[in-house]
Design a protein around this ligand. Structure first.
Ligand code: SAM
Length: 124
């Protein structure tokens, strides 16, 4: 199977100029651990997780916006990538989700370890 077969198409994202507080609320409300971060044009520029928000709380009080704490070097996948290649990216980088992007760096889905688990549980 390919990423498109199991990815989650309902992506909850955030823009880089939002306050960290807004990101925290969104992570709580939608019960997700990863928010792809978009610039003003809608292109993927980072990713922010519950881990990053927690870290911001215990460190520098001057950090205010998503762009201050997001991870900029996003490890991502594409709809056409084989699922086993995407799974290796998760494993090798010790992360639990990959934004799925099209050729213009627009986020079209998100692939999480939970989605991979569905392959083995018999659910589609
Ligand atoms: N295993 C946990 C996880 O999956 O989030 C925590 C460790 S992981 C190394 C935490 C860091 O990975 C966070 O700073 C987060 O921004 C970053 N991260 C998560 N997904 C990422 C991705 N697809 N590409 C790049 N960085 C990512």
């Amino acid at each position: 199977p390919r990423v498109r077969d199991i990815m989650n198409r309902q992506v909850i994202s955030i823009t880089e100029d939002e306050e960290i507080r807004v990101a925290a609320k969104r992570l709580l409300k939608d019960e997700t651990n990863h928010l792809p971060v978009l610039d003003g044009s809608g292109a993927l520029v980072g990713i922010i997780t519950t881990y990053d928000v927690s870290k911001a709380v215990v460190t520098d009080g001057k950090l205010r916006q998503v762009k201050d704490i997001m991870t900029r070097n996003v490890i991502k996948t594409t709809p056409d990538e084989p699922v086993d290649v995407a799974a290796q990216k998760l494993e090798q980088n010790n992360i639990s989700a990959l934004p799925v992007v099209d050729a213009t760096n627009r986020v079209v889905g998100i692939l999480s370890a939970i989605d991979l688990g569905k392959l083995f549980g018999g659910r589609r």
